[in-house]
Structure formats: C-alpha cells, structure tokens
Ligand binder design. Structure first.
Ligand code: ADP
Length: 453
C-alpha cells in the first residue's frame, strides 16, 4: 500500500495532490526548483527536496534527480500531475523498474497514446471514428501534398508528438500547404525534438468534447461523463464545463461508449481523457488521448462527486473500482475558468511579478484550486496559470450566475490576469446560450473592446 508519495510537479496541481494524500493519511514529498522556494507546495508538503535550477529542464524535467529524491526519501509512489514528465513513457518505465509506483497508466499505454498517429490507428482498429487523415506520419512533401488533396482542403498539419496546442498549422490550398508543412515540421522539431507530422481534415467550427476515463488494473473501464472545452485560444483551453450544452442524451451515450472502447484499445489503467471533435451535425471524431490527470478534472469531480486523485491512488494500489457505470450520477453543472497571469488586453502577454493582494472568492458552489497568495512572486519560468475557479450548481444557469458573481469577488492585485476576460465571457449572449465552438474566442475578441479587460 502507498504510504508516501513524491509529487513530481508544482503549482496548483501539486497542492491538489497534497490535499488528496492528506485526506488518505498518505505522507507527501514535494520536489522543487530554486525558483519555487516560496511556493505553497513546498510549504504544505510533509517534506521537500530541491532538485535543481529554475528552468524546467534543470529540475521538473530531470527524471534522474526526481528518482534520486524518491529513493533518498524512501517514497513508494510518484504522482506526476500534468505537463512535465506526466506523459513520458520512459519516466513511467524508470519508476516501474525502480519499484516505485507511477500513479498513472503503464508505460506501454503512454507509448501507444503518446504518438498521436499510433493512437489514432489503435482506436480506429477498435472501431472508434477518427478525423479523416493520413495513415500515420508523412515526411515526404510530394506525398504529403497528394494526401492533403485526397483528404480535401482545408487540412491541419499536426505533430505526432504534439501537445499544449503547439505544432499545428492549417492549410487551405496547395500553395499554403507547401509552406505550412515545413513550418509545422520545424516547429515540431524545436518544441518536441521530433519533427514527424501527420495530416487531418480541418473540421470547421467544431466543439471540443472530451470524456473522463477511469480504469482499474482488473479490466474495469468506466467514463465519468464529458467536458466541453470549446472555449480555446490558440488551441489552448480557457473554459471547461460539464455537461456540454450541445450533447443530447443519445449522443452522450454513444460517445461515452466510444471513449471506453478507445481506452480499452490501449489497455488503459488509471485516469485518462479521450478527446473528440464534434461537428455541427453531431458527427464526432477521436483526436487524442491524454494519459494523465487534466487541468480541468475538478469540473468532473464537482458534477459526479468522485475524487479523481484519490481514485488514481487507489488504482495504483491495485484496488478495484468500487462502483459501476450505472452508479455514476451526473447531478450538477460545473464551469471552470482558468485564471492566467496574462494581459488579455495586450494579446495575452505573460504578466509575471508579485501578487500584492490575493483574495479568492468563496460561498456556495465555488471552488478555487490555486497556489497563489498575497506576496507570492510568480516565477517567469513556467506556465502562466495561477489558479482555477470552478463554480457549480443544480443548473447551467446557476453555474453561470455563480461564475460571474465569483469572478467579481476575485481580487488579484499587482499583476494582470484573465479574470476580467472571463467576466466578459460569462455575460456574453453567445456563451450564455451554449453556442461556443472552438472558433468562439477569435470571434469574441474581434467584437469586444479590449478596454473591458
Ligand atoms: P494538443 O495535444 O496540442 O492539445 P489536440 O489534438 O488535442 O492537440 O488539439 C487541440 C485543439 O486543436 C482542438 O481542441 C481543436 O480546437 C484543434 N484541432 C485539432 N485537430 C483539429 C482538426 N482536425 N480540425 C479542427 N480543429 C482541430
């Protein structure tokens, strides 16, 4: 049984894991970089070890140092959170071979789903519909143009190793394709150390709808409903909600079944997410699986009442899931706003610095997952998310009203944040009517004066 967990992450997700562990009577070890000495995860964990310099490559991405810390402190499991080493099959394998439980799927499943071309092929063979596209990666330009024509423009060129919305380019004809193909390959090489790309039909104005999966090591695979993550900027999510205002009960059922099938195809264990794009007619296409806990997991937790981090630990312990698909009830509506230290009025430029005053909202139906506090200096080395506001209630209307109310109470002084942007979205008729697609943000920004932010 897991008695002590090393948290190979920082920020709000490190706190979230500490909270679950503490409730389960499990000891925690934080690891941190020299830039994170003041961080809350370092202060709140039972123990903390510094693992290197401020840059991620010198600390949070140093598998060797993290494993050494685990051995020195005698932990029996590592929770990788999201980002950093969470989807690194080699790291999972190293943990496995050092007899440290990796709180996540087996390295084999990470490998299958980590290569997006292999992932698509795997789920397609299991009967799950994927976005029409190339059969695997394409490296040759002539062959790539031929494939793009066959698929039909517009197409999207995507990195097989992609993530975080990076390494994607859209082409509308042969001329732009030739240019974007090279740009995409170069970007992928730089960002992921792997220039391999594949081509997909570009679905116009789709919704991004994903299903939360939970699977144990005894073959039980369940889904915990969907999250609609269509509000995105540059393919990065800004707002997530559950249930999706778009899905009918029938479509939800079909997609949930497809999600379970996709996870089974990778012999998946632990928590993961199957992502789909859904067009206006309700056709849905698998795009990828994230083999880790996601930023937006609290939305599902509030709707279902299931603690996903505790479930991850139980599964890693070899326990059976104690409920079946029919036992999972979806009784609430929840909306999450990502609070980033960015200036929405200035093209979302990062706004690191010291938070002079931090006062999070509270009250009925409000949850804040954040590592921020008054006097905290946001280091410039990591991503700009400083918190998540999750508001929930019996209906979407209540969740919306509560989000607006909570955003109005949320005080973060000394830096710029996305709070005013979220407030404007919560009062925008298109969003209120549940009509946002992945094209929403561009449209919203073009018709909203930035002095509102
Ligand atoms: P990443 O792993 O970088 O997050 P994804 O494959 O999950 O990349 O895609 C992220 C977002 O990019 C999607 O939510 C969607 O908005 C857009 N996208 C990806 N593939 C397509 C596609 N074939 N057509 C239209 N939009 C797409």
């Amino acid at each position: 049984m897991i008695q002590k967990v090393l948290i190979a992450n920082r920020g709000e997700i490190a706190l979230r894991i500490i909270r679950a562990c503490r409730e389960m009577g499990i000891k925690t070890l934080a690891v941190y970089s020299e830039a994170d000495v003041q961080s809350l995860h370092v202060q709140l964990a039972d123990e903390a070890i510094c693992i290197g310099g401020p840059k991620s490559a010198d600390s949070y991405l140093r598998a060797d140092r993290i494993i050494s810390a685990a051995e020195i402190a005698d932990v029996d499991a590592i929770h990788p959170g999201y980002g950093f080493l969470s989807e690194n099959a080699k790291f999972a394998e190293q943990c496995e071979s050092c007899n440290i439980k990796f709180i996540g799927p087996k390295s084999k499943s990470i490998r299958i789903m980590g290569d997006k071309a292999v992932a698509k092929d795997t789920v397609r063979k299991a009967g799950v519909i994927t976005v029409p596209g190339s059969d695997g990666p394409i490296d040759n330009e002539t062959e790539a143009v031929k494939t793009a024509r066959k698929i039909g423009y517009p197409v999207i060129i995507k990195a097989v190793a992609g993530g975080g919305g990076r390494g994607m380019r859209i082409a509308h004809n042969d001329v732009s394709f030739a240019k974007e193909f090279h740009v995409a390959r170069n970007e992928a090489e730089k960002a992921f150390g792997n220039g391999s790309v594949y081509i997909e039909k570009y679905i116009e104005k789709p919704r991004h709808i994903e299903f939360q999966i939970l699977a144990d090591s005894h073959g039980k695979v369940l889904h915990l409903g969907e999250r609609d993550c269509s509000v995105q900027r540059r393919h990065q999510k800004l707002i997530e909600e559950s249930p999706s205002p778009f899905l009918s009960a029938d479509l939800r059922k079909k997609m949930g079944k497809a999600a379970v099938k996709a996870a089974e195809a990778a012999e998946y264990q632990n928590a993961g997410t199957i992502e789909f794009l859904v067009d206006a007619k309700g056709n849905y296409y698998f795009i990828e699986m994230n083999t880790r806990i996601q930023v937006e997991h609290p939305v599902t937790e509030e709707v279902t009442g299931i603690d996903l981090i505790k479930q991850q630990i139980n599964v890693a312990n070899g326990e059976k899931l104690s409920f079946d698909q029919g036992d999972i009830k979806f009784e609430k509506h929840a909306i999450e706003c990502r609070i980033n230290a960015e200036d929405p009025a200035r093209n979302f430029t990062p706004s690191p610095g010291t938070i002079s005053l931090y006062y999070p909202p509270g009250g009925l139906g409000v949850r804040v997952d954040s590592h921020a506090y008054s006097g905290y200096t946001i280091p410039p080395y990591y991503d700009s998310m400083i918190g998540k506001l999750i508001c929930f209630g019996p209906t979407r209307k209540v969740a919306l009203q509560r989000s607006y109310r909570a955003l109005s109470e949320y005080l973060v002084r000394g830096i710029k944040t996305t709070i005013p942007l979220h407030k404007a979205i919560m009062s925008d008729p298109v969003f209120i009517e549940g009509k946002a697609t992945t094209a929403y943000m561009e449209d919203f920004m073009s018709r909203t004066p930035t002095d509102l932010f």
